[in-house]
Design a protein around this ligand. Structure first.
Ligand code: ZN
Length: 142
């Protein structure tokens, strides 16, 4: 297990679930990355909010492919918490569904120094009771 895999299982400060964001944090229970989507203008909206910022229409959560690319990232070497192993990768991942649709996440299951902008990644979920934190991994070889 690489250090970044250990990081994925480390303690996290978890979000408080509410109606506006619950589908995003719990979709991993069924293996789905769910992103808010406005049917009226056919746009994804992230971070989740109750109405579309473009047309004010209602948004509904839909499952996306879970594919994306690393838009930008940083490797954190500072041990801010003794129970969270470093180094680890904080990244902005652009999802395949829409240009500019980016989520803040971690890249795991690889050496932190191997991460680069444009690297293809796929979602997996880091389960903490009812909360499934979306994290991303590079394509697995073999
Ligand atoms: Zn809209």
């Amino acid at each position: 297990m690489t250090s970044s895999a250990a990081f994925a299982q480390a303690p996290r400060i978890l979000p408080r679930l509410d109606d506006a964001t619950d589908p995003y944090w719990t979709g991993g229970a069924t293996g789905e990355l769910r992103i808010a989507h406005c049917a009226a203008c056919d746009r994804y909206v992230h971070p989740p909010r109750p109405d579309c910022p473009h047309c004010a229409g209602p948004v509904e959560f839909v499952a996306v492919s879970g594919d994306g690319v690393v838009f930008t990232h940083t490797v954190n070497h500072q041990a801010f918490r003794p129970d969270v192993p470093s180094p680890y990768v904080i990244a902005l991942v652009e999802l395949a569904e829409q240009p500019g649709l980016r989520i803040i996440t971690n890249i795991v299951d690889c050496e932190p120094d191997s991460v680069y902008s444009g690297m293809p990644v796929h979602v997996r979920f880091d389960a903490h009771d009812a909360v499934f934190v979306p994290v991303f991994t590079p394509p697995q070889s073999g």
